[in-house]
Design a protein around this ligand. Structure first.
Ligand SMILES: [Fe+2]
Ligand SMILES: [Fe+2]
Length: 324
């Protein structure tokens, strides 16, 4: 490899000299107090992100430091507001074949095959023949969907924003729904709940692109995962002989209502108990994950994390998360 990875984002310390390739996750020009332009850059590799600044030759580097570009970074690390920042002195744009790309993707620490096996067992336990056939046609028989579903993150940021995050999120939800179906028995339809849990975010496999840096696709921006999920149900149900119209409408409603409110992007608010339960469990699972990951990645040494902008608050750090 022409440009071997020698330094990792998470291991860089104050005063380190930096000379290593990174992937640019974000870059923007800002203006300093004196009116002089500088660049805000976020560099990433498989260990995480690190902030960087470019103070000199901004017009030159503005054209080079473009999102999703591999670059060889030369500079120095400095502590600023208790965060480490790299002051970039020089950048060289690298071709993809000059770096080993696996050094720049977050590791798939989740075992996709194991979680997928759990998902298949839950699908097989469904009693309603139509709902089970619909889920099998998507999660077992459709090789393209299965392959994407084993890799996709559940979001660009916010929650489960790492490879296999979508599968982890969906199976976590399905297990809670299974428990709640018994807990609220006989008032909940377990199979309809599971259809909601499995389908609610599935179209994120097309809404997002996640080969290098996760971002929205054109389809995702123009249509979005709720409507794309409904289109998939329409297509797959049409291929199952005698699929009852009412069940199809309910399955679609589970997807359309899962954001809970119109202002959160749901065109319909939950109109049946199952849709309400899926919405609330989805919200619970995404927030628990977002909070856990933020606390885990926090670099502060004390009892409190840095400010979390998504929640607009500081989190108390439990024993397991404190750095020594
Ligand atoms: Fe969603
Ligand atoms: Fe979700």
């Amino acid at each position: 490899m022409k440009y071997p990875k020698t330094q990792y984002a998470k291991a860089i310390q104050d005063q380190d000299r930096v000379s290593s390739p990174f992937l640019i996750k974000y870059s923007a020009v800002a203006t300093g107090k004196t009116g002089k332009p500088y660049m805000n850059v976020i560099l990433t590799d498989k260990t995480g992100d690190i902030e960087a600044r470019i103070f000199d030759n901004v017009p030159k580097y503005n054209a080079q430091a473009v999102k999703d570009t591999f670059v060889q970074v030369e500079g120095n690390a400095q502590s600023f507001n208790s965060r480490i920042q790299i002051h970039i002195k020089d950048l060289i744009i690298l071709r993809e074949d000059e770096v080993s790309s696996e050094e720049f993707l977050p590791p798939s620490f989740l075992n996709a095959e194991r979680i997928y096996t759990e998902l298949k067992a839950i699908v097989a336990s469904m009693q309603d023949p139509h709902y089970r056939a619909l889920m099998e046609s998507i999660f077992v028989d459709d090789a393209e969907i299965v392959s994407k579903f084993k890799k996709a993150p559940a979001a660009k940021s916010m929650h489960h924003a790492y490879p296999v995050g979508l599968l982890e999120h969906v199976v976590s939800i399905a297990k809670m729904l299974d428990f709640l179906a018994t807990h609220y028995s006989p008032y909940l339809n377990r199979d309809l709940l599971l259809v909601g849990g499995f389908m609610h975010d599935l179209a994120k496999i097309w809404e997002l692109q996640y080969e290098k840096v996760t971002d929205y696709t054109t389809e995702g921006r123009l249509i979005g995962h709720l409507v794309m999920g409904v289109e998939l149900i329409e297509k797959k149900a049409a291929m199952i002989e005698g699929f009852p119209n009412e069940k199809k409408l309910l399955a679609k409603h589970m997807v359309l209502a899962h954001h809970g409110k119109l202002e959160y992007g749901s065109p319909k608010e939950p109109a049946c108990i199952e849709a309400l339960v899926v919405h609330m469990i989805d919200d619970l699972d995404s927030k628990v994950n977002a909070m856990r990951v933020f606390i885990e990645n926090d670099t502060q040494t004390g009892m409190w994390t840095l400010l979390n902008k998504q929640f607009s608050r500081y989190f108390y750090k439990p024993e397991w998360s404190r750095k020594v």
